[in-house]
Design a protein around this ligand. Sequence first.
Ligand code: PHE
Length: 450
Amino acid sequence: MNNITRDSFTSRFGIIAAAAGSAIGLGNIWKFPYITGKYGGAAFIILYLICIFLIGFPVMLSEFIIGRRTQKNAIGAFKSLSPDKPWYLTGWAGVAAAFFILSFYSVVGGWTIDYVIRSLTGNFINKTPTEIVNTFESFISNPVMPVIWQIIFMILTCLIVLGGIKNGIEKYSKIMMPILFILIIILDIRALTLDNSIQGISFIFRPDWSLLTPEAVLVALGHAFFSLSLGMGTMTTYASYINKKENLTQTAFRVTILDTVIALLAGIAIFPAVFAFEIEPTSGPGLVFVTLPGIFQMLPLGMFFSTLFFVLLAVAALTSAISLLEVPVAFFVEEKGMERRVAATLTTLIITIIGIFASLSQGILSNVKIFNLNIFNFLEFTSSNILLPSGGLLITLFVGWYLNRRDVEEELSNNGRIRISSLSFFLLAVKIVSPALIIIVFLNGLGIIR
Ligand code: PHE
């Protein structure tokens, strides 16, 4: 496909909505609360914020530079910037990561749709906390329903991606992201007016450093990558559709801030409920699926709020899933000459099949272990904590040490049309600070240095 016919974003709001739509997802609303609960609350959050700003932001900007400079997909971009070196393998790792992540992501995406229906039909009304926990556990381990929802979730994702950038991804992100923002604010107000909400708030704002283990540090780093959709070419691919007039630094900064704010707002919506409902904050992936229906069913208009919450989660999941699917689709279209329709359908099919195994690993396949993890956890752990940070490491090294300084400057300044204020900070971050931190956290998390 040549550049004349290449699809692209049409407005600044569209770019932010799509990129923030990719970043803001299950990572913020489902995963962030439960890992924060598991790894100790406020101390974990502080560490996570450090990773976001010192590592995440420079990596995002690097991906933006690579993508917009070349206007190519994750693999093609590296090939065109470095035709005779194997840097394109970074792109390949990214495409692989997209398959890994979307396979388990779509399973949780499916759960959210089921919970929308359950909330709507009043399924949680008059249930005790234990019954609500059991409902979740028996639902996710059921071999049929979660798989059906997961397939539906993947079909929705595929349909949006089939529409392309302007008429698919941008169009739907522009509608869904403002809805998401309004929904989360409503839920925050509801949570803050619960009795004893202060206990939940202090859990996320008062640090207890003794809980921080090397594993927690690795998870904070992995989650910074996961939450900002970094290290695998999503932002590279999206940036390839950004026009040459946009200010990349500003866009990356806005997306980073939006993503962080939504994660914190999600924490504020969830932890007061966790404590009010006397659920252990360490209770894992079921946290939001158990606490929120539980707390809402005790309140006036509870099922209304519960429905809102799961709609929010489903919408957030969908705008991220489309960005995951777009990475392999753009690759197949541009590098392999496939039609968009064929590429999207084929990728969806493969991901759905892997995803079915991930879903079944919550029940009948729970005994199948890879490195001691079930299929779902294996896909989740390796992608967030290994594939994304190592992809991020390569991307910073590429931009910091390999890429022409002129390429970097021209992209950041739009060929000299805008002033770049912090080039030396950025270069310091991508050359030294981010790579060094990623390596230290890695070695520490894997137990190689202590
Ligand atoms: N950032 C998304 C979330 O937080 C997940 C994601 C990861 C999307 C990697 C694209 C690429 O839910």
